[in-house]
Design a protein around this ligand. Structure first.
Ligand SMILES: CC(=O)NCCS(=O)(=O)O
Length: 349
């Protein structure tokens, strides 16, 4: 048994699982998303270059990835600190901060935010999508990648002694690239060694989550300790969703607060509304998957912060929970989704 066994690892050290409280399993507190900038439509060039201001907030909500300024959450630490105080007041306990290598992970910033606000913050080990892999990363063997991920959990990451408490979000494109496949295999090997939680960012195709589970399983990964993120924009057919749910991972609906007409990364996708998300959660609960659901907002751009008219990190606690309760999900099931499931997932074996 390792020293981590039965514990949860935050950026401030090990804690008992019962200390976590209500947990958002997929957020970002500091990162850059410039890797995923999407040029604006020709007629929108001027507004896309404007500073963020009241009159362009609706445009930004519809086109969050077409403004360079909007992609720099890294510049908003003071606003994020305020929001974390608010999150505590709203009854929040923990945030899993999924920023990995490639999107400017900043563990010292997370550590300071945890100290300043009392929110438990859990950092993420590993690599985001291929587009952010360095040439050196692409050349690494699975063994080397495994060593790095294990070390980020056991000893600290980015030249610090701040240790990660989950692996991920591990980024995958569609189709999955060779480099991403190696990272997935390394993730599974590291998970076998550490008994730790894993969280995956799947590519934007309904087949992506199943393909990833297959790769992880073949490499010895523990699917019952793995979260599949972003299902809101990935699987739309209820039959396909149940088939995927049957594979045994945690099912994460983590884009609460995101409502847009055109999802620029895959125009085939109709991004659901929050009401539709709650309906899907109620469906999964009714089908017996209440022990597998986790939820979050995945704040990753400035316009999602309350400072810029967004929903912030407390939207689920303040607005979505009452909606869940009014749509057939009872308090015990809400507590499983916000407390018990994250706790089970985050506790090292
Ligand atoms: C930071 C991140 O990966 N967010 C997910 C954005 S997506 O549009 O759902 O892929």
């Amino acid at each position: 048994m390792s020293a981590l066994s039965g514990k949860v690892q935050t950026v401030l050290g090990l804690i008992e699982p019962d200390q976590l409280g209500r947990t958002m399993t997929h957020e970002h507190l500091s990162m850059t998303f410039e890797c995923c900038y999407s040029p604006p439509a020709p007629g929108d060039k001027t507004v896309s270059q404007d500073h963020i201001q009241m009159k362009n907030l609706f445009w930004l909500k519809q086109n969050p990835y077409s403004s360079h300024e909007n992609l720099l959450l890294v510049q908003e630490t003071d606003a994020v600190r305020e929001e974390l105080h608010e999150y505590r007041k709203a009854g929040g306990g923990t945030i899993v901060e999924n920023t990995t290598q490639g999107i400017a992970r900043d563990l010292p910033c997370l550590k300071q935010l945890a100290k300043d606000t009392g929110v438990h913050i859990i950092g993420g080990a590993g690599y985001y999508v291929d587009a952010t892999h360095t040439e050196a990363t692409r050349k690494m063997t699975v063994e080397k990648l495994t060593d790095i991920i294990v070390s980020e959990v056991l000893h600290g990451a980015d030249g610090t002694e701040i240790r990660c408490g989950v692996i991920g979000e591990i980024g995958c494109s569609w189709p999955i690239t060779e480099s991403e496949k190696k990272v997935l295999q390394a993730t599974a090997h590291a998970q076998t060694e550490l008994g730790c939680p894993v969280i995956i960012h799947p590519g934007r195709n309904p087949r992506a989550p199943t393909e990833i589970v297959r790769i992880l399983e073949e490499a010895g990964g523990d699917i019952s300790k793995t979260v599949m993120s972003h299902l809101d924009r990935t699987i739309f057919d209820n039959g396909e969703l149940l088939e995927f749910a049957n594979l045994g991972s945690y099912l994460e609906y983590d884009l609460f607060g995101t409502e847009m007409l055109n999802y620029v990364y895959n125009l085939e996708v109709d991004m659901p509304s929050d009401s539709q998300r709650v309906k899907t959660l109620a469906f999964l609960v009714q089908e017996g998957y209440e022990d597998n659901i986790v939820i979050a907002h995945d704040v990753h751009t400035k316009n999602r912060l309350t400072k810029y008219g967004g929903h912030g990190y407390s939207h689920i606690l303040k607005n979505i929970v009452p909606k869940m309760l009014s749509r057939g999900i009872n308090q015990t099931q809400v507590d499983k989704i916000l407390i018990d499931n994250p706790k089970r997932w985050l506790t090292f074996k």
